[in-house]
Design a protein around this ligand. Structure first.
Ligand SMILES: [Zn+2]
Length: 383
């Protein structure tokens, strides 16, 4: 039996009464049909509505022929009048994203002649794929035009043109369509064949924020957010920027410059630190001059610094330098011998202390998941 599609008559109808015309037990619940419904079924790239129907939870809504099936988690009595309540937040969000998609697609199509060939609604953002290249620097201009369409609060018109009118409408469509075709028009911005639900006025989209534009197949993928999602996203970005501003003691409009300056200072400090470290390693290595095999622990070194220090010590001590740094459970090791082979010693560390790592004949580098005490015991036993 036909189901009257109330969602096409009023996109803001979130509560309605209807009569149950069928209820069948199916996989996952009960397929309920009504004489009329405001629940939008999945279709046209738009997800279905969720909510409750006569106290039962609506888990899924699908169109089957002329009927709309509501998958409910409990059965409803055929012939009874029930109240349907739609998850308003979810529906309004989907309408904001979907209508925003129309606006941006219409603007891109008018400016570049490219078509929307893919649309995806993610958890935070939505993406639109276009079949041609859009320069990333054109994004700001497209975004301004899209938001201008919102500020103009244009009424969105949906209608079924007559067979004679249809060829003259000039609408966007992925493929040629047979009559009847539902046309959705954002005046002056977009005309598109679409079976989805949209807000009544462009102003309800609230805001369109384009986030990125990257190459995708032969065209581009634009990432964007509309309405409540755009606000949530900008709030997150604003909060992050506020934290950066506090951390750098910078005005919130000047955090980029503050971050660049901190990076410059950090690079200069690292350069100076590396120079001082080299001098310190020479000093430490001098203390081991001619001592042969050397076991040395140093605090807080990177794996690279462990290697550099082992290299200097081995050069001066004229034996094997075994240098360690790190905290118990995760210790970096480097063995160096300038004239001999440390492979056997490396393998012994692997066997005795579960060391991981490798190298070449005169060098072994890795990590040891053990304690300084255990390493000391191991070397005292062999050296
Ligand atoms: Zn649509």
């Amino acid at each position: 039996m036909d189901t009257k599609k109330l969602y096409y008559e009023n996109c803001h109808l979130y509560r309605f009464s209807a009569r149950v015309t069928g209820c069948e037990s199916v996989k996952g619940g009960y397929a309920v049909t009504l004489d009329a419904t405001a629940f939008y079924p999945e279709g046209g790239g738009q997800a279905c509505d969720l909510g409750t129907l006569g106290g039962a939870n609506v888990l899924d809504v699908r169109e089957k022929g002329d009927a709309i099936l509501h998958l409910c988690d409990s059965p409803l009595t055929v012939g009874a009048s029930v109240e349907g309540v739609i998850d308003e937040g979810r529906r309004f969000d989907l309408m904001q994203q979907h209508t925003g998609e129309h606006i941006v697609s219409g603007i891109v199509c008018a400016r570049y002649g490219y078509h929307n060939v893919g649309f995806h609604v993610g958890t935070d953002v939505i993406t639109i794929d276009f079949d041609g290249p859009i320069p990333a620097d054109a994004l700001a201009e497209i975004e301004t035009a899209a938001n201008r369409a919102i500020w103009e609060n244009k009424p969105i018109r949906c209608w079924y043109p007559s067979p004679e009118e249809l060829p003259t409408v000039g609408y966007r469509s992925k493929r040629a369509l047979d009559w009847p075709v539902r046309i959705v028009e954002v005046p002056g911005v977009d005309k598109c064949a679409c079976c989805g639900v949209h807000v009544a006025y462009t102003g309800e989209v609230g805001l369109i924020k384009l986030l990125s534009c990257v190459k995708f197949h032969q065209g581009v993928r634009i990432e964007m957010a509309c309405g409540g999602r755009a606000l949530a996203l900008l709030n997150t970005a604003f909060d992050q920027n506020r934290q950066v501003s506090q951390a750098f003691s910078a005005k919130w409009m000047q955090t980029g410059e503050a971050a660049r300056k901190v990076n410059e200072r950090l690079a200069a400090a690292e350069y100076r630190c590396a120079g001082l470290e080299r001098k310190l390693w020479d000093f430490v290595a001098d203390g081991y001059a001619g001592k042969g095999d050397v076991l040395h622990f140093e605090e807080g070194l990177t794996p690279l610094a462990v290697r550099e220090l082992a290299d200097r010590i081995a050069e001066k001590s004229a034996g094997t330098a075994a240098v360690f740094s790190g905290s118990d459970g995760n210790i970096n090791v480097c063995l160096v011998n300038k004239t001999g082979d440390v492979k056997e010693l490396g393998n012994a560390l692997k066997t005795a202390l579960n060391a991981r790592g490798g190298g070449k004949p005169g060098i072994f580098q890795g990590t040891i998941p053990t304690t300084q005490k255990q390493i000391e015991d191991f070397f005292h036993a062999i050296w």
